[in-house]
Design a binder for this molecule. Structure first.
Ligand SMILES: *Cc1c(COP(=O)(O)O)cnc(C)c1O
Length: 302
């Protein structure tokens, strides 16, 4: 399966969990997403699936490649953990009937259920498979089981259903979602203008007019020590992070390592700024000022 290395480790572990092998693809340095070109380059006759990751909320569009992928029987499974509410062209992520889309509703995602997620199948057969797999292979609904002295186990399965308790949280979150979208877009734009005055850094583009941003990622200049900037900001109480240390360099995935120059370079330069809907525009200005200070400490050239 083709998968980017610039993603949370779970994307790659999901590949291994199916018994497949990852084939790592490089990214576009401006968006940190895979592109149709990169996927096409990674395609071999052995590839059965492609997992684009909508990094930061930006929806990867593999439409130019879809006919070729269909002809070869290659399934597109979108890792949409970052992109609930974002648009792919004019369509909401998840609405493409030719792809399987996987959302995460973990605690920090655009929409949260506390934990859990959602799969958007291509049609009824996919949906039936997903329902069976999530409930230990049992094909009867809870209502059917309650009304019957037996049940049917039709195949293998896991215990992976979204608990009703978590779903209840999600339903309330969903009511507030339009406000969340507005806040996330407003804050990302506020960061963009605050960061315009910070010399030397670049902002990773999320296609803000069509996306619900999940991360605000910057790149420090290539000749600077990103880890120094990271620590300086942490010491000043700014909760920066790194999304993500490249997966293909992890010991667990060494068997499938291959050179990915854009990913490796980004791995040394990226820094994610604090980003959640309860920040204020003042907060973004403070973060930008602290970042400017940290870059000077870390030896930015004028
Ligand atoms: C959060 C995240 C996941 C995992 O989601 P879970 O709900 O924890 O399974 C997968 N991929 C990416 C890119 C993520 O950020």
């Amino acid at each position: 399966m083709i998968v980017p290395s610039m993603t949370f480790v779970s994307t790659v572990q999901a590949v291994l969990a199916t018994g497949a092998r990852p084939r790592f693809a490089d990214i576009d340095p401006g968006t940190l997403c895979v592109t149709a070109d990169r996927v096409a380059q990674a395609l071999t006759p052995a590839v059965r699936a492609v997992i684009p990751v909508h990094y930061g909320g930006r929806a990867v569009d593999l439409d130019p490649l879809q006919d070729l992928l269909d002809r070869r029987g290659v399934l597109v499974v979108e890792d949409a953990a970052h992109s609930f509410g974002s648009h792919q062209d004019r369509r909401l992520v998840g609405a493409d009937p030719r792809t399987v889309t996987c959302f995460s509703f973990g605690p920090i995602k655009n929409l949260t259920c506390g934990q859990g997620g959602m799969i958007i199948p291509r049609g009824r057969p996919d949906a039936a498979t997903a329902r069976r797999l999530r409930m230990l292979g049992v094909t009867d609904t809870a209502a059917q089981r309650a009304a019957s002295p037996t049940y049917t186990v039709a195949g293998p399965g896991f215990r992976a259903q979204l608990p009703a308790l978590n779903a209840a949280i999600g339903l309330v979150q969903l009511e507030h979602f339009p406000a969340t979208v507005a806040a996330r877009q407003r804050l990302w734009r506020a960061y963009r203008s605050a960061l315009a005055n910070v010399e030397g850094i670049t902002l990773v583009d999320v296609d803000i007019d069509r996306s619900v941003p999940h991360l605000c990622t910057i790149r420090v200049p290539a000749d600077m020590d990103r880890d120094l900037v990271f620590r300086a900001l942490r010491e000043h109480g700014i909760a920066v992070g790194v999304h993500y240390p490249p997966d293909h360099l992890q010991p667990a995935f060494a068997a499938w390592r291959c050179p990915l120059p854009h990913t490796e370079r980004a791995g040394h330069e990226i820094l994610t700024l604090p980003f959640h809907p309860h920040l204020t525009e003042d907060d973004t200005q403070r973060v930008a000022a602290e970042l400017d200070h940290a870059l000077t400490l870390a030896g930015r050239r004028p």
